[in-house]
Write a protein that binds this ligand. Sequence first.
Ligand SMILES: Nc1ncnc2c1ncn2[C@@H]1O[C@H](COP(=O)(O)OP(=O)(O)OP(=O)(O)O)[C@@H](O)[C@H]1O
Ligand SMILES: [Mg+2]
Length: 386
Amino acid sequence: MPNDTRTLTSQGGRTDRACIHPMPLPIAGWAVAVAAVSAVVTYLAGNTQFAPGACSRLEAHAGSFLVGQDLALRLATDAICDHLDDPNPARPLILSAHGPPGVGKSLFHLLAAQALYSKNPSEAMKCPGHDCAGYKVMYGMDYVASERAEQQGLLRSALIDHVRRTPEALIVVEEYDKLDCGMRGFFRQFLENGAVGNVTLNKAIILLESNLGYLQLLGLLKASRSRAEVTAEQAQRVLKDLIFERWERQACEDRTDTLKMVGLVDIFLPFFPLEASHLRALFEARLERRSQALAQAGVGRLAWDAAVLDFLISHVEFDGAYPLEGAKEVAVVLTKTVSRPVRRWAEEQQRRQAPASTGKGEGTDVPHCALQVVKPLGRPRQLVCA
Ligand SMILES: Nc1ncnc2c1ncn2[C@@H]1O[C@H](COP(=O)(O)OP(=O)(O)OP(=O)(O)O)[C@@H](O)[C@H]1O
Ligand SMILES: [Mg+2]
């Protein structure tokens, strides 16, 4: 969640400008110049269209990073695939992601953007940015009254501008439950008509993100033996009812329009609270990635056992069975516990290996940092490289 929710910001759809100085040119020169300028413009515009094959990439790409959110991922993939299959959709696709903080809602739309805008999605892509020029993330719906009109104006023009430039847009509205009546009215018309002026929204995918629904999703989890048992229908029902009830209470518009607005959402995506097993998988994946990076650098490999993973999980704050901040603490815990001993060990290996120029990190004698939990006297428990 953004730190300062009173500031409207957006990312993506960068508007780079080329500076062109007029010069007399012969006709052929003009043709070359026009082609060159349009090539520059195309290049600067970045990936503005959904790349062919997006549907088949989406679930595999997102699924390789996102843990514990199989239902949301399945629902989102099916809806996006159907939308992409339609050459002339009558409306934009509208998804509404719900769940507690840190459980992968924003990670999901980032991964979706990578898979939508590139045939070779990767973490290295500039998204939002040049590699995902159609991807726009909007924050800051909770501004103070005195700034309201100005902020609404900015948001409207940013949105219209973005869709004009990139009709195949992935637009995310974070914390959309905090929209005030004015903005909600604007969104309702925008989404309902699929157009503003001559700008059409029909090819776009809109993802609304909100923390609403946490208790309802927790209720569903507790009432079933496992998260795999919760059905799409159950999740849709509780989330849709909740949003309708919340908006009706706010009384921004008459009941029919509230119904229409809620009805515009094609799919409600349930992002469940994560559990210790998910954190374990995430810690393991990150250690594995560090190990691969060390191997690639010719330094060596990391090794660890279950006690190390238990140790890492013990640093995360839980409320009963659920980590309070989802997976947000994973990176911080690794920084606090793993980074220093591994860095020291890597430096030591590099010092030792310095005279040798070949075969580093390869073969049977690959150096290993075996992470171990120790409890030196008078100090808190810590990890060391043994
Ligand atoms: N399900 C998950 N699988 C893998 N990593 C996750 C998952 N959930 C969270 N993370 C990690 O935690 C970080 C924060 O997650 P994310 O930003 O997606 O949370 P969020 O659900 O959007 O929370 P908020 O409601 O605060 O916006 C991510 O960058 C990612 O590293
Ligand atoms: Mg988020």
